[in-house]
Design a binder for this molecule. Structure first.
Ligand code: NAD
Ligand code: UDP
Length: 340
C-alpha cells in the first residue's frame, strides 16, 4: 500500500469531498480535525461512500504533541492542509483568534512535518489574497493584498511557505487559491453544512428553497457589472477535490506551485438565483438590499496555469453545482444531524 496522506481539516466541506476523491483513486489517508466547524457524523457518511480514513484523529493542528504522535504512527507521503477558520466577518471581530488558528496552526504543522521529515504540503489558499483585483480574469502574478484578518491570515501563510521554499529547496509546496467552491457530492451524502446563518450565497439559497429562511438578500444591484449584482467564479467542490489530487501528483520534486483553482467564468448573483430556479424548479424569493461591507464587484480566475502545471480543468458546470447542492440540502434538512 502507498504511504498515506494526512488531511488536516478533513471532516470539513472541502476536506471530506477530497477524501472521497482520494478513496476513488485508491490513495489512503488519515484525517486530523478538531471538529470546531464540522461534525464527526461526516465519518459515517464517508464510510457509506467507501471513503473511510485509515484513522481519524480528533486534535488541533496547534497541538505539537498530537502532531508528533500522528507523524510517529504513520509514514505520510504528504499533507493537505485544509484546517482553518474561514468566516470573514468573524475574523474582523476576532482577528487574533484567526492569526492563532490559521497562521500559528500552519507554523506548528510545518514544524512537525520538518521534525518527521515529511516535506510535501498542499495548502488551502484563497482568491481573497488578491484583495480587490485591478482587473479580471485574475492571473497568479496579480498584486496580492488583504482586506480583512482572514485574508491576511492566508497571505501570511503563503508568505511563510514562499519563504520556506526560497531558502530550503527540499520542500514540495502547492499554494492552491480556491475561488468559490459550491455544490456537493452527487450521492447527496456529503455537502456544506454551516453552523447558524450561512454567510455564503449557495447555502443561504438552498435554505431559502427549503423554506427554512424567508428570502435571500441580494447584497447590491448597483455594481458595475452587466446586471448590477456581484460576480464570482463558482466551482464544483468535486472539481476542487480533483485539483488536490492533481497538485499532489505535480509535486513530484521539490518546487513551489502557486495556482488558481476556478472555472474562469464570472457568474452574477442574479444569474445564480435564476439558474437554481431553472435547474431545481424551486424559485428563490429574494430582495435587493445594500451592498455587504467589504464585498468586491467581481472576482474570477484565469485558470490557464492550473491546466499547464497540474493538467487540471474544471469539468462540472453551474447546472450541476445547483442540482447537487439542492440534492444535498433536500436530503439533509438538518445537515449531518439528519438520519438517512
Ligand atoms: P470547513 O470549515 O468546512 O473545514 C475546515 C475544517 O478544519 C473543519 O472541519 C474544522 O473543524 C477544521 N479546523 C479548523 N481549525 C482547526 C484546528 N486548529 N485544528 C484542527 N482542525 C481545525 O471549511 P472548508 O470550506 O472546507 O475550507 C477548507 C479550507 O479551504 C480552509 O482553510 C479555508 O480557509 C479554505 N478556503 C475555503 C473556501 C470556501 O469558500 N469554502 C475558499 C477559499 C479557501
Ligand atoms: N451574496 C448575496 N447574499 C447572500 C450571500 C452572498 O447577495 O446572502 C453575494 C455576495 O455579495 C457576493 C456573492 O453572493 O457577490 C458571493 O458571496 P459569498 O459570501 O458566497 O462568497 P465571497 O464573498 O467570499 O466571494
Amino acid at each position: 500500500m502507498q504511504d498515506p496522506i494526512l488531511l488536516t481539516g478533513g471532516t470539513g466541506f472541502i476536506g471530506a469531498h477530497t477524501a472521497t476523491a482520494l478513496a476513488s483513486a485508491k490513495l489512503p489517508f488519515v484525517i486530523l480535525d478538531n471538529l470546531s466547524n464540522s461534525s464527526a457524523k461526516v465519518l459515517d457518511r464517508l464510510a457509506r461512500l467507501n471513503a473511510s480514513p485509515l484513522a481519524f484523529v480528533n486534535a488541533d493542528v496547534r497541538d505539537a504533541q498530537a502532531l508528533d504522535a500522528v507523524f510517529a504512527r504513520f509514514k505520510f507521503s504528504g499533507v493537505i492542509h485544509f484546517a482553518g477558520l474561514k468566516a470573514v466577518g468573524e475574523s474582523v471581530a476576532q482577528p487574533l483568534r484567526y492569526f492563532d488558528n490559521n497562521v500559528n496552526g500552519t507554523l506548528q504543522l510545518l514544524q512537525a512535518m520538518q521534525r518527521a521529515g515529511v516535506k510535501k504540503i498542499v495548502f488551502s489558499s484563497s482568491a481573497t489574497v488578491y484583495g480587490d483585483p485591478a482587473s479580471v480574469p485574475i492571473r497568479e502574478d496579480a498584486a496580492l493584498s488583504a482586506t480583512n484578518p482572514y485574508g491576511r491570515s492566508k497571505l501570511l501563510c503563503e508568505d511563510m511557505l514562499r519563504e520556506l521554499a526560497r531558502v530550503d529547496n527540499s520542500w514540495k509546496i502547492a499554494l492552491l487559491r480556491y475561488f468559490n467552491p459550491v455544490g456537493a457530492h452527487e450521492s447527496g451524502l456529503l455537502g456544506e453544512s454551516p453552523h447558524g446563518v450561512p454567510n455564503n450565497l449557495m447555502p443561504f439559497m438552498t435554505q431559502v428553497a427549503m423554506g427554512q429562511r424567508e428570502h435571500l438578500q441580494i447584497f447590491g444591484n448597483d455594481y458595475d457589472t452587466p446586471d448590477g449584482t456581484g460576480m464570482r467564479d463558482y466551482l464544483h467542490v468535486m472539481d476542487l477535490a480533483q485539483g488536490h489530487l492533481a497538485a499532489l501528483q505535480a509535486l513530484d520534486a521539490p518546487k513551489l506551485l502557486t495556482v488558481n483553482l476556478g472555472t474562469g467564468q464570472g457568474v452574477s448573483v442574479k444569474q445564480m438565483v435564476d439558474t437554481f430556479a431553472r435547474v431545481t424548479g424551486v424559485p428563490i424569493a429574494h430582495r435587493f438590499v445594500a451592498r455587504r461591507p467589504g464585498d468586491i464587484a467581481q472576482c474570477w480566475a484565469d485558470p490557464t496555469l492550473a491546466q499547464q502545471l497540474l493538467g487540471w480543468k474544471a469539468q462540472l458546470g453551474l447546472d450541476r453545482m445547483c442540482a447537487d447542492a439542492w440534492r444535498w440540502q433536500s436530503m439533509n434538512p438538518q445537515g449531518f444531524d439528519t438520519s438517512l
